[in-house]
Design a protein around this ligand. Sequence first.
Ligand code: NAP
Length: 451
Amino acid sequence: MIDTSENKNTQKTVKPQEHTQKQLEGILALAQTGFLQWRKTSIAQRTTSLEYLSNLLLERKREYAELMTQEMGKPISQSLAEIEKCAWVCDFYVKNATRFLADELIQTEADESFISHDPLGVILGIMPWNFPFWQVIRFAAPTLTAGNVVILKHASNVSGCALALDQLFKDAGFPKGCFQTIFTDYDAIEDIISDQRIQGVSLTGSEKAGKSIASIAGKHMIKTVMELGGNNACVIWEDANLDKHMDTIVNARMQNTGQSCIAAKRFIVVDDIYEDFIEKFKEAVQKLIAGEPEDEDTEIGLMARTDLLEGLEVQIRKSVDQGAKVTLGNRSEGSYFEPTILEQVKPGMPVFDEEVFGPVAAVIRAKNRHDSLEMASNSKFGLGTMLFTEDIESARKAIGSIPDGSFFVNEMVKSDPRLPFGGTKSSGYGRELSKEGLLEFVNKKTVYINK
Ligand code: NAP
């Protein structure tokens, strides 16, 4: 039974009843029998279902986009783009999975030796609310295509999206047991991970959730992929072409109303260009259109939950107490938080050290290029760094000094189905997307044959 009600986020969501222990046992049993059938299917059969799924996503684009916007306040234009990106990742695996999963021949003294890629089994996906369709599809499409089956535990403030995704996989023709959604509490999740039918867990979420789930999985020697928080630096060198790249720089922080793991959170600007940067950055941020998430023109929507907004305010207040200066914004109303710029930010302040999940840019002055790179790496997180400069040779030399999962030059850190995506340090481990992501939940089996 489902009620529609206002939840703590002030956005509307559905609250499905939690599954009972007996129902969860039924779901695990169905997943296991589903896996034993699904693993025998050819990759072509699996990608046929994925192609249907991609088509359905595009057919139902507006319906799904409206659902996301309603549940977590994302501007509708960004919700529509998210669904298109989901179709893109499906199409990418439709075209490439056969090649990626093929046996990999390796010359040895054997008559034949190679790596085969066998599925592992039932994989649990624990997913966040910030990109409610994208996070699920980017995990489930490759995981299923490799021959595994999936159980989804989605974030509790996007249960409507979880139900829609469940129906979508059924409608696309994935056989019973391939994709199932559960609604349950954290204790039951621990029991599920402890069940021997679970062979892997992929979590996208906060560092806190990652540590908890990885430690449970570790006790049972279960393979995990952890896609956690980030505190990406956006480094601006003195020769950056600000006029050309300012829209990208602003979007890097403000897309999804600042609620993105890979957003630019710390703007580290070399002294020689600092004043010019602040003037142009402020002007561009002021031009952003804030409004009702349902309006096509809106660029800044609502924060997904008011408790998240309150947390953001605490981070700002403490940083201001330590000497940060509010240059723009810092006002809120309901679950709307105005785009905000803070200057005079230093290590030790929450807006430098912690992940800031909202439309707040922390600007830091660096003495020179060397100082800017040191400051960029001064983070417990390691999802990505971006650098804006016209000096590509020096940017290339900086690659080795960036300890993150990605390094983007004259572009914002973004995910792309063709490229691996993931972090280092407290941002987690493992990779999603590309061939690397497809091979996370496979047994890379060594086969050695003498005839
Ligand atoms: P979250 O609070 O960690 O929740 C993520 C998911 O984990 C939700 O489904 C949540 O369920 C579940 N969860 C949390 N603690 C759990 C526990 N102890 N046991 C079982 N399940 C648990 O994160 P969020 O607020 O939804 O998302 C924002 C965070 O995700 C940010 O830190 C962001 O950077 C990160 N993120 C990372 C990536 C990436 O690719 N690296 C992408 C997107 C977001 P409930 O909703 O029921 O609490």
